[in-house]
Design a protein around this ligand. Structure first.
Ligand code: SAH
Ligand code: SF4
Ligand code: F3S
Length: 468
């Protein structure tokens, strides 16, 4: 495929960081300027927020959870379902009071919602106290846009400019010290008929192979124990690069780096999830035994209407291969209930697939119409009440499966990355390679380390264990 993606270095035009830093040093209400960044949505947004924090840190900002004391409040928004959008509008409305009390506070909105014109039109009309709005494509321009906002006094809006470019070198302030995100590609070309992401994130573009490997190496050398490779469809990594730059090869290359670490990745799309990829996981030293493979529906007619480009048989074929090749594989998935026109019988195919695969856990969603997507124009005869009854039925089936899967783990010993101390005295919480949470007694000094834990008890889908 022709390489029509541009690669640019962010540092070429970062003098706005310095300029904005100088202005904020004077404008700050305290000794140093403070920013409150709230992130909604998926890991892509979390990773973007880490870049925004990286740029703000270089401007001299410190960070706070408390919007009341911030000089800059930014919401990084998600558009994937109506509920996500409603929450943002509600929370933005609440900022009005802060702005009234402290007119100098800068209020900004960014992320996926901002790449929808009906949203920015509504904001412009009804939320005049919002000073800065920028979409996912303008992340690299944040310092300039922010500088214009704090010097010009006018509202700054920049959205809808997909320049098909990958920007390298944007500073990152990672939230975690031993778990980190590593975006390998941006955007999505799949246009599943229900989904807004291709419209909010633009066309698929992969980072260069060597840039990703170099960043993974830096993270491992800096002590990261768990690195999650991110993309909307990681299996199509490298389509705009040369033919050796495939996702399977990328995993192979990262896995060669010596060290004590775990590689995770998300999200895999079943249509290009190859057996080669499963083999790479099975034969690797560092890749987790967790495969998150969203199937969305177990019915072939619905899958076709969703434009998912695989059928039930192909999906199960990959799953069965993974079960055969990866001992103890932990499978998770996303499911949509109530896609327009989905009948109860078709929904039962989803139930039967869930029973057949026996997922560790499921992310279940009731279909939410998204303006501008093909599915939003489809006939949708079933009521919200019917859909929510089916949804409950699915949850119940999955709860039983999860409980059974957890019970099967009792007595076995797993390598666990200790994530944090729980609020229970002396009890730590960690995750297995299969991404299953385990609680066990241990010293806080273990946080951030791998340790062996024997599972002693499964309370429904919560596992308890002891240090082995
Ligand atoms: N790229 C990933 C998913 C990104 S969105 C993939 O294809 O697997 C995360 C999940 O949100 C999707 O897998 C889907 O289950 C759900 N989702 C997306 N759009 C939705 C909508 N309009 N209504 C309900 N759920 C939706
Ligand atoms: Fe949305 Fe489909 Fe792309 Fe996932 S693969 S982000 S569901 S369009
Ligand atoms: Fe939401 Fe955008 Fe992610 S719509 S799910 S934050 S890609």
């Amino acid at each position: 495929m022709a390489n029509n993606i541009n690669y640019r270095d962010f540092t070429d035009d970062n003098h706005y960081i310095e300029l904005a830093g100088e202005v904020m040093a004077i404008r700050a209400s305290g000794d140093v300027p403070k920013a409150c960044i709230r992130t909604y949505g998926c890991q892509q947004n979390v990773a973007d927020s880490e870049k925004i924090k990286g740029m703000l840190a270089e401007m001299g900002f410190e960070f706070t959870e408390n919007a009341e004391e911030a000089d800059f409040i930014l919401f990084n928004t998600c558009a994937v379902r109506e509920h996500a959008e409603d929450r943002v509008f509600g929370n933005v409305g609440a900022l009005k009071n802060i702005k009234r009390k402290r007119p100098s506070v800068v209020i900004g909105l960014c992320g996926c919602m901002m790449e929808q014109k009906h949203v920015t039109d509504r904001l412009y009309k009804s939320f005049p106290f919002v000073n800065l709005v920028f979409g996912t494509h303008s992340l690299h321009k944040f310092p300039e846009l922010f500088y214009n906002t704090i010097t010009d006094g006018k509202r700054v809006y920049e959205t809808g400019v997909d320049d098909k470019t990958v920007y390298e070198g944007i500073p990152i302030k990672r939230d975690g010290t031993f778990k980190g995100w590593l975006p390998i590609m941006y955007g999505c070309n799949n246009f599943c008929t229900y989904c807004i992401v291709p419209y909010t994130r633009g066309r698929e573009r992969s980072r260069k192979f060597e840039d990703v490997v170099a960043e993974a190496r830096e993270m491992i050398e800096a002590g990261y124990k768990e690195i999650t490779l991110l993309g909307q469809n990681v299996n199509s990594y490298g389509k705009n690069l040369d033919e050796n730059a495939t996702f399977a090869n990328l995993l192979r290359e990262i896995d060669k780096i010596d060290g004590d670490y775990l590689i995770r990745f998300m999200t895999s799309h079943p249509k290009d999830c190859s057996k080669e990829l499963i083999d790479v996981i099975a034969d690797s030293r560092h890749i987790s035994t967790h495969l998150h493979l969203p199937f969305q529906s177990g019915n072939d007619r619905v899958l076709k209407a969703m434009n998912r480009s695989y059928n039930r048989e192909k999906y199960l074929d990959i799953i069965n291969y993974a079960k055969k090749r990866i001992p103890d594989v932990s499978l998770t998935s996303d499911v949509i209930v109530g896609f327009p026109g989905e009948t109860y019988d078709e929904f039962l195919d989803t139930i039967s697939l869930v029973k057949e695969v026996e997922f560790t856990s499921l992310f279940t969603f009731i279909y939410s119409p998204r303006e501008g997507t093909p599915a939003a124009k489809m006939d949708d005869p079933y009521t919200a009440k019917e859909k929510s009854a089916w949804f409950s039925e699915l949850l119940k089936v999955q709860e039983e499966i999860a409980a059974k899967r957890c019970a099967e783990m009792v007595g076995k010993t797993y390598r666990v990355l200790v994530e944090n101390a729980t609020d229970k005295d002396g009890i730590l919480s960690g995750r297995t390679s299969g991404n299953i949470i385990v609680e066990f007694a241990g010293d806080e000094s273990l946080v951030g380390q791998f340790t062996e834990v024997k599972i002693t008890e499964a309370r429904n889908w919560i596992l308890k264990g002891e240090l082995a």
